[in-house]
Design a protein around this ligand. Structure first.
Ligand code: ZN
Length: 898
């Protein structure tokens, strides 16, 4: 019996083994029906997912997992690739990573043993940017090679490393872009998808790595980064078609000092291993230390979590069709430089080359990590060991218990918690840095595994004064320069330099502050205006037809002072339920009063109808769409079709996001080049433009943000003008130039003295009119008695991203009111600002009466990527105040009796 079982087991094993033989595994070419990288052909995302499953089924080196659903309900997936032995002990290997990532109480000897036992995890993902399709093709070849190849090089990878492979960081975009391309190819329509390739944030899906707003960001972080604790992450991109053929690390300056030096050098090492493999393989046009910097955490979660960030940027083609240099000359710069030793000599570039460069570079990176397995494990350990032993300044950050906005405070702590930063709550009062803190205050110590993330997010950024040449114009950063989270969120955070002791307990779950709703007041509920939670409540109260008012002035009730803008809510049973829910979710305090406070007020228009004029492929508009959905506002995206009728029949308020120009409104998408599904974004013509102006003059509300303010000025002839020097504008446009393009400009500039002079004349202002502010936090002073400033503190930093400041000019027939302005001094709070004197005393937000309507202009992007939560209420106030109606104190008496 016994022997027959063994015989059975043996025969089963034998029968089973051929199932894993490479012979049954189809190559990508066999599976997809064409050779990946063929001009004009693209593997579609669902088929790519199937292919990874096919590899998992037919080999013993691949584990496949669905990790969750994306924004548009597609599958976000992961393939784990390694030797069968490593896959069998994946839990143990993960556990080792987790232990080394938090080496407190780990002896050097224990660490050594884990380092020897462990395997570095290399996390590889493609197509976060959906038009960068070549990498999404290459990923199949990489997976197939690792799953089937038996060469010593592949064996070494499989034995020594674990590859985490996500075929797309934005699957929705793969559907949108590739489906659109197949649908329009050979028709009169444009093959390039004309709208955002991520439903809400488009290209900014790679700017979400500290705010974690989108589902895909969270899947990446929660289901891969935090779970496996990889040693390295490789994010595959494509750049424009005309520069270098591929960028690999190291990066340009500046570099955030919170990135551990071991990680900075790790990036350079892997980047150079890639460069070596590419160049040795005859692949020309490899560049490093060009264009891309590593300043903002919006682009890099991994470097604050123990891993180098490997960015590859391969030159693009015409989506899947070849790119041919129109002038017939070789593509890209032709002078060899030390960081670009081998120029590319051909005048055309194909999809197959993107695929080849991607495969070579990714495998070189993985191979390097596998070859130096213990070095990588050891470095990973050392980075975390150094952070947990942090003895520098500051010692900690303290978030005082009492905050203006409990909702924003909770959101901020949730961000830190999701990034696995340890938070502690004080169980009793304590003193630190010469200040007394109440029980409930939160302490964030820097000495902890992810102290790097905590420190970079909570401290003030001091951006280095980088110039193109000494004394010359500023060198633009790749992205923005200030990201101090407390300032963005509207939360007070103190930096404490010296060690202190306090009675602390670890926060295991971030919850809203406890808040109860008083029952059955005779007159009304009161909600203070300082919290964004008031708007969460408003959206629901409007849906339930509960009358909502705002006090025009400060008042006293129950011995407490309530600020102007306090929400006064009719005490219906629906209101009670809604306020209970909002209070529970946000921690906002709800008060009640049995008597009218006796102040004038405003009645918020029931069911206020918001129109978001987002425009096709306008990222700020996409962010606002996401934001308005989060709050549950009654809004619609403005469509060209709305102009068939009366705009006021549909909207009370129309919002112009930054980036919405007159051209986008009047001309919009060309109907001849874009099919009816994009009809909403067609131009509305001059007649439509006039209709928009009439909408405001006849009583509508227009709210414009950032560059949308210029559009509003043009539409309504608003009596404000730019306060920043003309050069500031030009400098701003240089700021928005992509890094590689800027680099080429500079290279061109230095090619001859005459050329240099011309570029300097074009791009560089005289030093006396130098203004430059690329994404920083700037102090503003608020008129909190004005309805647009309701709930703001007297001063607080706002986000400024190459925006404008304004001064009032006499405007016949238009009443203006400056709601907030720049102070006289100390304007820069975080980031980089040159030419502060131009901002002094200038206006940022202005409210106008235009005919019977209202316009509000928010000059700087106070909603930038929805990150400055502390200033969002300026936008919300403006949106809801315009359509509201004035109510006298006497009329306010009636609320409770309704
Ligand atoms: Zn990209």
């Amino acid at each position: 019996m016994r022997s027959s079982i063994s015989a059975f087991v043996l025969s089963a094993v034998l029968a089973f083994a051929p199932a894993f033989a490479a012979a049954q595994t189809r190559t990508p070419e066999q599976f997809f029906g064409f050779r990946l990288g063929t001009d004009g052909e693209l593997a579609k995302y669902p088929k790519v997912v199937e292919y990874l499953q096919h590899l998992a089924k037919t080999t013993d080196r691949v584990k496949f997992e669905y990790l969750g659903k994306t924004t548009m309900n597609n599958d976000y997936v992961l393939a784990v690739i390694s030797s069968p032995q490593n896959l069998a002990k994946l839990d143990r290997l993960t556990q080792i990573n987790r232990r080394l990532a938090d080496p407190r109480s780990l002896s050097d000897q224990q660490a050594r043993s884990l380092i020897n036992e462990g395997r570095p995890f290399y996390f590889l993902y493609a197509t976060i940017h959906s038009t960068e399709v070549g990498n999404g093709q290459a990923i199949n070849i990489i997976a197939h090679r690792l799953a089937t190849d038996n060469s010593p090089a592949t064996r070494e990878i499989l034995d020594n490393a674990v590859v985490l492979l996500t075929p797309s960081q934005n699957p929705d975009g793969q559907h949108l872009v590739i489906d659109h391309w197949y649908k329009t190819k050979g028709t009169q329509f444009d093959t390039v998808y004309p709208d955002l390739y991520h439903k809400y944030v488009g290209h900014d899906d790679n700017r979400d790595w500290f705010m974690f707003t989108q589902k895909e960001t969270r899947l990446n972080i929660e289901k891969v980064q935090n779970r496996f604790k990889p040693q390295i992450t490789h994010d595959m991109h494509q750049q424009g078609p005309t520069g270098s053929r591929i960028f690999v690390p190291p990066f340009e300056d500046p570099f955030d000092v919170n990135v551990h030096p071991i990680l900075a050098i790790g990036q350079a090492t892997v980047g150079q291993a890639m460069a070596q493999a590419l160049i040795a393989d005859g692949k020309a046009g490899v560049a490093w230390k060009e264009g891309y910097d590593m300043w903002t955490p919006a682009r890099q979660y991994m470097v604050y979590h123990g891993q180098p960030r490997i960015l590859t940027e391969i030159a693009s083609v015409d989506l899947a069709d070849p790119f041919v240099n129109p002038d017939g000359r070789p593509i890209g710069p032709q002078e060899p430089r030390w960081n670009f030793p081998m120029p590319y000599s051909k005048n055309e570039w194909r999809l197959s080359q993107i695929v080849d460069y991607a495969v070579t570079s990714a495998l070189a990176g993985i191979q390097h990590v596998a070859k130096y397995r213990t070095t990588w494990m050891d470095n990973f350990y050392k980075v975390h060991r150094d952070w947990v032993n942090w003895k520098g300044t500051p010692y900690a950050f303290v978030v005082p218990a009492s905050q203006r906005d409990p909702m924003a405070t909770r959101e901020m702590l949730e961000i830190l918690h999701l990034a696995e930063v340890e938070l502690h709550r004080a169980t009793a009062p304590f003193g630190a840095g010469g200040k007394e803190y109440a029980a409930g205050s939160v302490v964030v110590k820097v000495a902890q595994p992810y102290g790097a993330f905590a420190k970079t997010m909570l401290e003030r950024q001091v951006y280095p004064d980088l110039r193109i040449f000494p004394g010359g114009p500023p060198k633009p950063p790749y992205d923005v320069t200030g990201h101090t989270l407390g300032m963005l969120m509207g939360v007070e955070v103190d930096e404490v330099a010296q060690p202190f002791s306090a009675p602390l307990e670890r926060i295991t779950q971030v919850t809203a502050a406890p808040s109860t709703v008083p029952m059955h007041p005779k007159y009304a509920y009161l909600v203070r205006p300082e919290s964004n939670a008031g708007f969460k409540a408003l959206a629901q109260l409007q849906k339930a037809d509960v009358p909502v008012y705002r006090a025009a002035k400060a008042f006293q009730s129950g011995g407490a002072t309530f600020a102007p803008g306090t929400w006064i809510i009719a005490p219906t049973s629906a209101a009670t339920k809604i306020l209970q829910t909002v209070a529970r979710d946000t921690g906002v305090q709800v008060a009640a009063t049995d008597t009218s406070p006796g102040v004038d007020g405003f009645r918020v228009k029931p069911g206020t109808r918001i129109g978001l004029y987002r425009g096709a492929n306008n990222i700020p508009g996409g962010w606002l769409m996401w934001l308005f959905e989060q709050y549950g506002f009654n809004f619609q995206v403005v469509s060209a079709r709305d102009f068939d009728g009366d705009l006021s029949a549909k909207y009370d308020t129309i919002v112009f996001p930054s980036g919405l120009s007159r051209g986008r409104i009047v001309f919009g998408l060309n109907a001849a080049r874009h099919d009816k599904e994009f009809a909403w974004a067609y131009g509305v013509g001059e007649a439509g433009w006039q209709k928009l102006a009439a909408f405001v003059k006849n009583g509508g509300t227009l709210v414009a943000i950032g560059s949308g303010v210029e559009t509003a000025i043009e539409l309504l002839d608003l009596p404000i003008e730019k306060a920043l020097p003309e050069a500031g504008d030009r400098r701003s446009s240089a700021r928005t130039m992509p890094g590689p393009e800027m680099d080429r400009l500079l290279r061109d500039a230095f090619s001859s003295p005459a050329r240099l002079m011309q570029v300097l004349r074009d791009r560089v202002a005289e030093p006396e009119s130098l203004f430059f502010c690329p994404g920083s936090l700037l102090e503003n002073e608020f008129d909190t008695s004005h309805p647009v400033g309701f709930g703001m503190p007297a001063s607080w930093p706002v986000f400024f991203n190459a925006d404008q400041a304004y001064r009032i000019r006499p405007g016949f027939g238009i009443d203006t009111h400056v709601v907030y302005r720049y102070p006289r001094q100390n304007i820069l709070r975080s980031g980089w600002l040159l030419g502060e004197e131009y901002l002094r005393d200038q206006a940022n937000v202005v409210s106008f009466r235009v005919g019977r309507g209202t316009a509000v202009t928010l000059g700087s992007q106070i909603d930038f990527r929805t990150q400055p939560r502390g200033t969002l209420k300026l936008l919300f106030n403006a949106m809801f105040h315009g359509p509201s109606s004035e109510v006298s104190a006497a009329q306010m008496q009636q609320i409770g009796t309704n």
